[in-house]
Design a protein around this ligand. Structure first.
Ligand code: GN1
Ligand code: MG
Length: 364
């Protein structure tokens, strides 16, 4: 699909040389992303059209990203690292702004690209998953002293499972597309989990869980890894960095990476929780964060995984019922398949909670 004003947006930013080529990146369910080639020997850039249907206040989003990245860059520098590589660098427009607004009122932003890195759509080995755990754990550690309350909530209540469940219930009740009958069994299963939804929100309220800066979208493809050493280099996709609980970041990474299948696998017999991968991720993540995590948080990690899976399942299912208005889909029924997949993973987790508890208890 042609993206309007791509050239104009490319010309607006303060790149080292004018763009010679744009390559579209197909990953991501929300934004349109391009790799910008500015010619031999010049740095590369990332150019993104911000999805303003979802992020209605792009200046707040960019302010969060700049704040967090500047903070991490300082820490990287103090330790003798390379801030141009280990954290996102926001590229300004030629007018010095953090974003460009095209004639249709669409917002664009740009980052410096990082060379000699790669990312994975799926962790196909425990070693790889461990490395992503260390990278996400390090990110949380670098931000542990960042004043979380100064960040804007770019999508309010993003991981509030209680309100996610209410939105899901509303989608079921309005059944706009007449799709609820087909999904009756999945809907009943998901709704039966409603009483569990307040676990993290309650913990944040009563202080058992700390409110800290969280990434909120910890799929493995959001870690750039060094092509040569395989180590995690930089965490990307910072649009929903917000105040939250460490359980969100842990849980979202598990529901994606410790599943034995991709999140849209339709053969549900292939979908289950891999306990070895779970263990490996706990090891890498808690290893980085051990000094700051509370005992309640460590013991809460299995519920974090459980609730992020439930939440993703009801978000996909809700979007299917609403007529596929939120997530990009590759075919009709894609959200239905994703929802079935996440709920199958949840069913499998139902039988593995005790084993997950035993694993996290080792790290107390
Ligand atoms: C969306 O666009 P992407 O893939 O980075 C979504 C996440 C979901 C994910 C499911 C802002 O992320 O919450 O977990 O799809 N991001 C937003 O794959 O809604
Ligand atoms: Mg994302």
């Amino acid at each position: 699909m042609e993206v309007k004003y791509l050239d104009m947006a490319g010309a607006a930013f303060d790149f080292a040389a004018p763009p010679v080529n744009f390559n579209r990146c197909d990953q991501g369910l929300i934004s349109d992303t391009f790799f910008v080639d500015c010619g031999e020997g010049k740095p590369g850039y990332i150019l993104q059209k911000i999805n303003t249907e979802i992020f209605s206040e792009p200046h707040k989003l960019m302010s969060n990203i700049k704040g967090v990245c500047t903070h991490i860059a300082k820490k990287v520098e103090e330790l003798g690292g390379d801030p141009l590589r280990e954290v996102r660098t926001v590229i300004s427009t030629k007018d010095g702004a953090d974003y460009f607004v095209d004639p249709d009122g669409c917002y664009w932003r740009s980052f410096l690209a990082i060379s000699d890195v790669t990312s994975y759509d799926y962790p196909d080995s425990p070693e790889l998953f461990y490395k992503s755990a260390v990278a996400f754990g390090r990110f949380a550690r670098q931000l542990a002293d960042y004043p979380a309350e100064t960040l804007y909530e770019t999508i309010p209540g993003f991981h509030n499972s209680v309100s996610r469940m209410e939105q899901f219930r509303a989608a079921v009740e309005s059944d706009k597309m007449g799709r609820a009958a087909e999904m009756k069994e999945e809907i009943e299963f998901a709704l039966s989990k409603a009483p569990l939804c307040s676990y993290i929100v309650d913990g944040l309220r009563d202080g058992r869980f700390r409110t800290c800066v969280t990434h909120n979208d910890t799929k493995i493809n959001n870690v750039l890894m060094d092509k040569h050493t395989g180590e995690g280099v930089c965490i990307i996709d910072l649009d929903i960095v917000m105040p939250g609980s460490v359980l969100y970041d842990f849980g979202d990474a598990i529901r994606f990476g410790a599943s034995t299948a991709l999140e849209d696998e339709t053969d549900l017999s292939k979908v289950s929780l891999d306990l070895e991968m779970f263990d490996v991720f706990v090891n890498g993540f808690v290893g980085e964060l051990y000094d700051s995590m509370t005992k309640d948080e460590i013991m809460g990690l299995p519920m974090g995984a459980y609730l992020m899976t439930l939440e993703t399942g009801i978000r996909f299912l809700g979007d299917y019922l609403n007529g596929d208005v939120y997530y990009h889909t590759a075919y009709p029924g894609h959200n239905r398949d994703r929802a079935r997949n996440q709920l199958a993973l949840l069913r499998d987790m139902d039988g593995k909670m005790e084993e997950m508890q035993a694993i996290v208890a080792k790290y107390l």
